[in-house]
Structures are given as C-alpha cells and as structure tokens.
Design a protein around this ligand. Structure first.
Ligand code: 13P
Ligand code: SF4
Length: 319
C-alpha cells in the first residue's frame, strides 16, 4: 500500500516504473543510464556508468534490446559495438554540444592537413568523426592510452580542448588540439568556486576534465564521472564541491550519505548551467513509450559504423 505521504508525482513515477519493469522483462531489454540522467531514470536502470563503462557493458550484454538513457553518441557507440542488437534511445533529440563542436567535414580537413599524426578522439563525437579516428578515448582512459603511445608520436586530439590541455599537462605531450567544448563544463565559475571554498574551508574540489584549465589546477581530484564518484567514496573529507553536471550528486549522496556534496555554480548565476539539458530530455514516460513501441531506434550507416568500430575496439583493448 502507498504511504499516505506519497505525492501524485511519486504515485505516477511508481506506476511508470512498474510498467517499465514489466516491459523490460517481456522484451529482454537492458536499461543503461549515464550518471547525468534524471534520478528516477537511474533508480530504474539496470546499469549506471560513465561513458567508458556504458560502452563496455554494451559490448558484453546478451539482452536483445539495449535502451540507452544518455545522449545520442552513447547510443551510437552501443550500436556500433552491437550491430545485431536493437538499440533504443528514449529521446533521440538528446545531442551533445561537445560532439556538435566537431563537424566531420571540418575535422577531416584538419586531419588531412596533418597526415603524419595519430588521431585520438574523445567518445563525445559523432560516428562520422569516430570513422576518421585511430583511437577513441573517454575521460576515464585518455591519460592511460596516450601514455601507451611512443613519446615522439605526433597526435591530434579532439574535440574537447579542455580535456586535451589536461592530458597534455599530465603526460608532458604537445598534442594538437581541436577547439571544441561542452556548454556545461566550459561555464563553471572560478570565482564562484573560490567563494564556496571560503565558506567550506575543508571541502575538497572534484573537477571533470572537460572544465577549463584553471579549474583543473585548483582541483583536489580531476577525473571522469566514475572516477570522481570513486574518489568521494574512498576519501575521508566530509564536504566536496562538485564541478561537473549536477546529476552525479544523486549518486554521490546515495553512496556516501554521511558526506555533503555542494554543486559548483556556473558563471551565469541566473541559469541552470550546471545541468545538461540534453541528458535531462529522457523522462520515465519517454522510457516507457520507447520500450512499449520499440522506437526510436538508433541506426548507424554500415560503412561509417565499420570504420568507427576499429578505434572503439582499440580503446577497449588498450584500457
Ligand atoms: P564521463 O565519461 O566522465 O561520464 O563523461 C561523459 C560526459 O558527457 C561528460 O560531460
Ligand atoms: Fe555533452 Fe556536455 Fe552534456 Fe556531457 S554534459 S553530454 S559533454 S553537452
């Protein structure tokens, strides 16, 4: 029986969650969710992870249907890795400003201008950009993979300029960087974080490497969403200022209920800029409809998929 304190929203969400569970079983589907998804989506997901873990999980699942609760490139990556599976995405319009900052034709021109360079692309790219790439990386394995390459190897790194600068700084490389950025991570306020540090002097600062260089420099930990969560889990501070999309706070709070997590402010205090509006496009209703109707489905042009598979597989082998 529902608690008398249940709100209409909770009742509706519970009802949708029941429908989704039944559909999932009936269709042998697996629901994967990125950390930036809405809390109620993560509560019902079979698997929650960062981009690397989602790609790995997709590669090994035996479910007939993968429902990717994330942005479009995450669904594409799953489809490229599992061409014989149905990959559904509840909000196909959920793009990524970082992936959009790398037009495949422009990128191809850049690559052709530097023919002696190995091309490393962040996973936040379209399949067409991955098809022009030698090795795909995520924020969880970029450093390790770059470190595996010979010291004198010339490298193009795209599209995230901030992540590229971070990898250059920790590996001592001078990779050629594409000038792309994420509209969420590129807008955190250094002053706002300095102010929070004054108010919470013992707080540690957790920063995603898609943030600008000055924020990386003041960080106690720079890492992917999964790495930041892992740090919070194992570290002994009581308070943390979290400089990445605010969805991760739900997971941090759930895993470390005795600690305090403070979302970092964006430069424009008026906007909700520490939320990725693309990630929040997926709702329980859309997830239910997608499972029920078997659409929207992600498909990738077979020629492009064939070329994009190699650099993704190289990433999985190397990390
Ligand atoms: P992670 O791979 O760290 O989860 O990051 C994905 C992303 O889109 C960050 O904005
Ligand atoms: Fe893309 Fe930025 Fe959203 Fe991550 S947070 S999915 S990089 S727009």
């Amino acid at each position: 029986m529902e608690s008398i304190t249940s709100t209409p929203d909770t009742l509706r969400n519970n009802q949708l969650a029941d429908e989704i569970s039944a559909l999932k079983k009936e269709k042998n589907a697996v629901i994967m969710a990125h950390y930036y998804q809405r809390d109620e989506i993560k509560e019902i997901a079979d698997f929650i992870g960062d981009s690397l873990a989602l790609a790995r999980k997709a590669a090994e699942t035996d479910a007939n249907i993968i429902v990717m609760c994330g942005v479009h490139f995450m669904g594409e990556t799953a489809k490229i890795l599992c061409p014989d599976r149905t990959v559904l995405i509840p909000a196909p319009e959920a793009g990524c400003s970082l992936a959009d900052s790398c037009d495949p034709m422009e990128f191809e021109k850049f690559v052709k201008e530097h023919p002696d360079h190995t091309v490393i692309s962040y996973v936040n790219t379209s399949a067409a950009v991955k098809a022009l790439t030698d090795i795909v990386v995520t924020s969880g394995n970029a450093r390790k993979i770059v470190d595996l390459l010979p010291a004198d190897e010339k490298i193009i790194f795209g599209p995230d300029h901030n992540l590229g600068e971070y990898i250059n700084s920790v590996t001592g490389r001078s990779m050629l960087l594409w000038n792309g950025a994420c509209h969420v991570h590129d807008r955190f306020s250094l002053e706002g974080i300095a102010q929070l540090k004054k108010e919470h002097s013992g707080a540690k600062v957790l920063v995603h490497p898609e943030c600008r260089r000055p924020l990386q420099i003041i960080a106690d930990k720079v890492g992917s969403t999964a790495a930041l969560l892992d740090f919070a889990r194992k570290d002994d501070a009581k308070e943390y200022i979290v400089v990445t999309e605010s969805g991760i706070l739900f997971d941090m709070q759930r895993e470390c209920p005795e600690k305090t997590f403070i979302p970092a402010p964006a430069e424009d205090a008026e906007c909700q800029c520490n939320e990725c509006d693309y990630m929040k496009m997926i709702t329980l209703e859309k997830l239910r409809d997608c499972l029920r109707d078997g659409k929207p489905e992600i498909n990738v042009d077979p020629e492009v998929a064939k070329k994009a598979l190699r650099p993704i597989e190289r990433m999985l082998q190397l990390s």
